[in-house]
Design a binder for this molecule. Structure first.
Ligand code: NAD
Ligand code: ZN
Length: 360
């Protein structure tokens, strides 16, 4: 057996207000005055000078506002790369993503596609990226996905929703400034926070579990309990801790896998465009038989925070549409092996998945 040799984020800053240091941090990475930094910023911050006035634009640097209403697509990555190449003679000095998982994943993918020929869809999979990406920096503004620390960037392509998993994907630099999450709406805070909780449950209850994943997963799980089930934290402490829970949750799945909720939520996302955080919640709510304790606690947290999940997402779907979701879910073999073991095909039949989807 050979063990995987994973790269990690090579530099990280943590602290409230650390975003102010962005200019100092990236300055040494400027190749020359013509080679710009490209800032990809969630358009929720457009007109928000508290944040945007601190983005250190100089020389030919470019700021692109990007909507996070839809999850990243391979075609969107290709368009951004083309736009950047056409607007600048020199290859950029770096790509800086400021936002949630959607923007962080776009920043990672764009930095890879600027140095690797062809289209983004050709790199969806494992270890297909040949050349190192350009310098890329991730600055999360909402916590939970673990995208800031992971080795993948999840993209929806013409044929599949699948990540670019590679040694060149992780950020060269991450800035963790919990203050940036101060205006996240409550529902979104819950959905994206639950992504972290579900990463923990799926990792800790998976067949791939090992001491590496467990150590990170248990820490993230414990932080989630403090944040979502107790009332002892100040707003600031809660933001700080959720940012670290996201980090640990992401590290936990690096050396294991996610499970049933993620497999099925990829199906929802592919067919209906349901976003990751909310989709995971919708699915996880019906997974008692796979994760009895995790789902029980999830329902309590949902109630405590007055979260109403959407119902009936699949109520008007036809058989072909169920088939599409089922195909996407079943294609994620490692997730099923992790969730139910090597003989998963005996348990996870098409009928089983259909009956679960019909409840959602
Ligand atoms: P998101 O980036 O989709 O953002 C959710 C919403 O929150 C958006 O409306 C956004 O504008 C808003 N928002 C973000 N920061 C805000 C702030 N500070 N104030 C106010 N509003 C703010 O949400 P997400 O849940 O972080 O990311 C989901 C994406 O992450 C999906 O595309 C999913 O595939 C991806 N993902 C990636 C990984 C990975 O390892 N690469 C892991 C899990 C999920
Ligand atoms: Zn997730």
């Amino acid at each position: 057996m050979s063990y995987k040799n994973y790269p990690m984020v090579s530099r990280v800053v943590f602290g409230r207000g650390s975003f102010n240091q962005l200019g100092d941090i990236i300055a040494p990475k400027r190749q020359n005055i013509k080679a710009p930094f490209i800032f990809l910023v969630d358009d929720v911050f457009k007109g928000n000078s508290w944040l945007t006035s601190r983005i250190p634009i100089a020389y030919n640097d470019q700021l692109l506002y990007i909507s996070a209403d839809e999850e990243p697509k391979t075609s969107q990555v290709d368009e951004l790369v083309e736009q950047i190449i056409l607007s600048h003679k020199d290859r950029p000095s770096g790509i800086i993503g400021i936002g949630g998982g959607t923007i962080l994943d776009l920043a990672k993918a764009v930095s890879i596609l600027l140095t690797n020929k062809g289209e983004a869809k050709n790199y969806q999979g494992w270890d297909l990226v040949k050349s190192p990406a350009i310098y890329h920096v991730g600055i999360p503004t909402i916590s939970g996905t673990g995208a800031e620390v992971s080795r993948t960037t999840v993209l929806t392509g013409p044929q599949k929703k699948l990540g670019i998993n590679s040694d060149h994907t992780p950020f060269d630099q991450v800035i963790l400034d919990p203050e940036l999450a101060k205006d996240v709406p409550k529902e979104q805070w819950f959905y994206t926070g639950m992504d972290c909780y579900i990463h923990c449950i799926e990792s800790l209850n998976g067949t791939y579990l090992n001491a590496f994943s467990q150590s990170y997963g248990e820490k993230a799980y414990q932080l989630c309990l403090e944040i979502f089930t107790e009332d002892n934290l100040s707003v600031e402490d809660s933001q700080d801790k959720l940012m670290m829970a996201s980090w640990h949750g992401g590290m936990s799945i690096a050396y294991s896998q996610v499970g049933v909720a993620h497999a099925m939520s990829y199906g929802l996302s592919y067919l209906l465009g349901t976003k990751h955080g909310i989709g995971n919640c919708v699915v996880f709510d019906h997974l008692e038989e796979f994760y009895p304790d995790g789902v029980k606690l999830f329902k309590q947290m949902k109630q405590k925070h007055n979260i109403e999940l959407p119902q009936g997402l699949c109520s008007n779907l036809g058989d072909d549409e169920f088939d599409i979701m089922i195909d996407v879910a079943l294609s994620l073999e490692p997730l099923w092996i992790n969730a139910v073991g090597k003989n998963w095909k005996q348990i996870i039949t098409r009928d089983k998945l259909k009956s679960l989807y019909q409840k959602m």
